[in-house]
Design a protein around this ligand. Structure first.
Ligand SMILES: [Zn+2]
Ligand SMILES: [Zn+2]
Length: 371
């Protein structure tokens, strides 16, 4: 059982502490019919939080962990113990990343359950899994060459391409689409679907007004910043604009007194504060990047204003994606220009007349949340 251990830190309140770390595969009751299960993962982000929701004669599970033998074993243990041999009726994936979707296909297959997901996440995931084991396409190499990669860096990228599907069990051929702002019933509770974008194309969070809970996936995390990146599939995309817009919308739509159940780290109160912190941090990065571009720079030259650490070969891909997200956002705001040189490398520079950087106003919310 979770021991109350109220901890206040940087404007957030963690009812069970910031570092609460439930035993792997041991469900902890969060509210009536809602359980938190932590699954370990063998990487620097060393766990994911899975949510089990009582659903009539069975269970709805939210997110699934990577398709790895240890995770499957943990699920097997859960089925026969805490889940009391009752079936999984429905698998909801907040988004397409392997830590969330990895065992969805396996669970669906095993129980004849339905997969519920937003359409873009489902289709994108199937496309990415389809690339697994293939060679890196020429457009992707051109994309990273344009960002300033040298031959060794391109080779490193080529070696890692096509890994996405290695920890994802095949998704089913059909799914139930989750649509922004629709209300679904799980057990005897209403949950509202809240779509966000930028971390992934059509990320789905779930809000339960009666229980005052928000299953936030990776859209809102208490300590780490959700990754927002540009990838070679959509080189001119502006995911940071989408992330800022949808985060501001969530802040305006949802009440502040919800307990946020994030996919990583600990549950917390302070949704609005956390969203404001994340939005402000990105806006600060945009300002500093803009100032840094008083001289022409390539994407890979732009790490100093954005990261306060050395970027090694293993973090180069993520750092490049995040840097391009900030550069594309400044391009979209007409603050900087991009020019390709004869070698195929892009150079970014400030538009001098744009000095006096101010932030874009956020658009109003699209529709009110259920109450
Ligand atoms: Zn994610
Ligand atoms: Zn995640």
């Amino acid at each position: 059982m979770l021991e109350p251990n109220r901890e206040l830190y940087k404007g957030l309140c963690y009812p069970w502490g910031r570092d609460v770390d439930p035993a792997p595969g041991q469900p902890e009751r969060i509210a009536e019919g809602v359980y938190w299960v932590r699954f370990p993962m063998p990487m620097s982000l060393n766990h994911i939080n899975i949510w089990l929701l009582e659903d009539g004669d069975g269970w709805t599970v939210v997110d699934t962990c990577l398709n790895l033998p240890d995770a499957r074993e943990l699920w097997e243990k859960l089925f026969s113990t805490a889940m009391q041999g009752k079936p999984v009726n429905r698998v909801i994936c907040t988004h397409m990343h392997p830590d969330h979707v990895g065992l969805a296909g396996w669970l669906v297959e095993r129980f004849g359950a339905e997969l519920w997901m937003s359409r873009e996440e489902f289709l994108m995931c199937r496309a990415m899994v389809g690339d697994t084991g293939r060679d890196a396409p020429e457009v992707a190499l051109r994309f990273y060459r344009a960002a300033g990669y040298d031959a060794d860096q391109l080779e490193h990228y080529r070696g890692k391409f096509g890994n996405f599907g290695r920890a994802v069990s095949p998704l089913p051929q059909s799914f139930r689409r989750l649509v922004d702002l629709e209300t679904i019933t799980i057990g005897d509770r209403y949950w509202q679907v809240i779509v966000g974008s930028g971390h992934s194309p059509e990320h789905t969070a779930l809000y339960c007004p009666a229980l005052k809970l928000l299953i936030s996936g990776d859209q809102v995390l208490p300590r780490i910043t959700p990754n927002v990146s540009v990838f070679p599939t959509e080189p001119k995309g502006d995911p940071l604009h989408e992330w800022l817009t949808s985060s501001a919308r969530i802040r305006e739509m949802l009440p502040d007194d919800v307990l946020v159940l994030p996919a990583h780290e600990a549950p917390f109160y302070g949704l609005h504060v956390r969203l404001s912190q994340l939005i402000e941090a990105h806006n600060r990065d945009l300002r500093e990047l803009f100032a840094y571009l008083d001289k022409p720079q390539r994407a890979i030259d732009c790490f100093p204003p954005l990261f306060n650490r050395e970027i090694g070969p293993n973090s180069l891909g993520l750092a490049t994606g995040e840097t391009l997200a900030h550069l594309n956002c400044l391009l979209g705001r007409r603050r900087i220009t991009r020019e390709r040189d004869p070698q195929g490398v892009d150079w970014y520079r400030q538009i001098p007349a744009a000095v006096g950087f101010d932030e874009e106003p956020h658009p109003p919310p699209r529709a009110p949340a259920a109450s």
